[in-house]
Ligand binder design. Structure first.
Ligand code: PLP
Length: 428
């Protein structure tokens, strides 16, 4: 069965599945034909509490009967404070001031505007392979794949791209050496293209998302922080995909013992309702002139109700810990396939942000193999996504509510999909 939108609908976005979605429950999705799927995409890392968690649905229902839109520049709504206090409890003390919006890209735009406004400096350094969104400002910082940029350039000026240590230990690469090379290149960039006096900020995803589910070394992230400190440059962490327990910590920066100056959040914050934000120290945030940035909708009362309840659910159901435990369980299951199939060259991840990278026999990126395996999984009821510059990585992002039995089922399907698709690889 091939599902396609009618010609009434723009087909700018690709359709990766033939699932005409009806409803979702925890880690499962059901289509209008009554088929059941295991969802290991979480709507691209959004439904961390599972689809339609009853407590969150209830919070939204209750809120919907009270207020749908309050407009934060006209009215004070104490829910904004309530949400800020909930977030403050899971963040370091210095990250104590919040600005909310709707989408991830919008929050990245906020970060760009804040750092330029607060420092009076024009330039931003980003890292190769990063994904920060698709509005023009956010897209200017996005280098994960050229499809996002093609046809839209020239983009925002004042952006400089530094290499990311996209480690290839499986090709015998020396992690320490690569870390040093990348930090040297970053310092060189500050000396050759964007001087510290003109550089407002550096922005990085602590674990690359769209770019391939790659974690840099602790030394690299610490090195970036040190360079920022040394040159009075602000450090922005885009934790839109890594946040809210995805990597087995509330935020991925915990893995690196580094705190950013600005944290960008979205996706998992509200379990599916649109909400995003930036978090920074109040001294920095106060440099913004009220009214110089904002929008009609953010933050919406329904999204705030969902977010407040989401944080309670993450805490009370111990989902951060579950992410850690289930992540290790999933990784060890995938390791077995890596030992069995030479096409799987790397299995990696933190918490429930796990990538499985494919190569062709000659070592080139296994784009077609990953796509074939993804489709075969779909036909057997497991929804997975790819990522990486060549879409050569299958990423595993189940809801953090996932149980061992769900992972066992998913791994069984994956095993069967590998057998079917790699058995056919000569025809690819
Ligand atoms: C790390 C990261 N930053 C920014 C974005 C953009 O968020 P949105 O799609 O909500 O605009 C995404 C979305 O996938 C993301 O993963």
């Amino acid at each position: 069965m091939k599902v396609q939108y009618s010609d009434k609908v723009s087909q700018v976005w690709p359709l990766f599945t033939n699932v005409d979605i009806d409803y979702g429950k925890d880690v499962h999705l059901y289509d209008r034909l009554g088929r059941k799927f295991i969802d290991f995409t979480s709507g691209i890392g959004v439904t961390n509490t599972g689809h339609c968690h009853p407590r969150i649905v209830n919070a939204i229902k209750e809120q919907s009967e009270k207020l749908l839109h309050g407009q934060t520049t006209i009215l004070y709504n104490s829910m904004v404070d309530q949400l800020s206090y909930s977030l403050q409890k899971i963040l370091p003390e210095e990250l104590n001031c919040f600005f909310f919006s709707n989408s991830g890209s919008e929050a990245v735009e906020s970060a760009i505007k804040l750092v330029r406004h607060a420092t009076g400096k024009p330039n931003i350094i980003c890292f190769q392979g990063g994904y920060h969104g698709r509005s023009i400002g956010a897209l200017s910082l996005t280098t994960a794949k050229s499809v996002y940029r093609s046809g839209y350039q020239p983009l925002m000026p004042g952006v400089f791209v530094s290499p990311h240590p996209y480690f290839k230990q499986y090709q015998g690469e020396d992690t320490e050496k690569r870390t040093k090379q990348c930090l040297d290149e970053l310092e060189h960039l500050l000396n050759s293209q964007s001087s510290p006096s003109e550089t407002a900020a550096m922005i990085i995803e602590p674990v690359l998302g769209e770019g391939g589910y790659v974690s840099p070394s602790k030394e690299f992230i610490k090195g970036v922080r040190e360079l920022c400190n040394k040159h009075d440059i602000l450090l922005i962490f885009d934790e839109i995909q890594t946040g809210f327990g995805r990597t087995g910590e509330y935020f991925a920066f915990k893995h690196f013992d580094v705190v950013p100056d600005i944290l960008v959040v979205a996706k998992g914050i509200a379990s599916g309702l649109p909400l995003s934000g930036i978090v920074a120290n109040k001294k920095l945030m106060d440099k913004w002139i009220p009214g110089s940035h904002g929008g009609t909708y953010g933050p919406n009362p329904l999204s705030m109700a969902a977010a407040i309840e989401t944080i309670k659910v993450l805490e009370e159901e111990d989902l951060i810990n579950n992410s850690k435990q289930m992540g290790s369980y999933l990784l060890s299951g995938l390791e077995k396939f890596k030992n069995e199939y030479t096409e799987i060259v790397d299995v990696r991840g933190k918490g429930l942000m796990v990538g499985c990278e494919f190569v062709n026999e000659n070592g080139s990126p296994g784009t077609l193999i990953a796509e074939e395996v993804r489709k075969e999984n779909l036909s057997q009821g497991l929804i997975l996504l790819t990522c990486g510059p060549y879409n050569q990585v299958i990423r595993w992002i189940p809801p953090l509510t996932v149980k061992k039995s769900d992972i066992d089922r998913a791994l069984t399907i994956f095993g069967s999909a590998l057998k079917n698709s790699l058995g056919r690889k000569n025809e690819l």
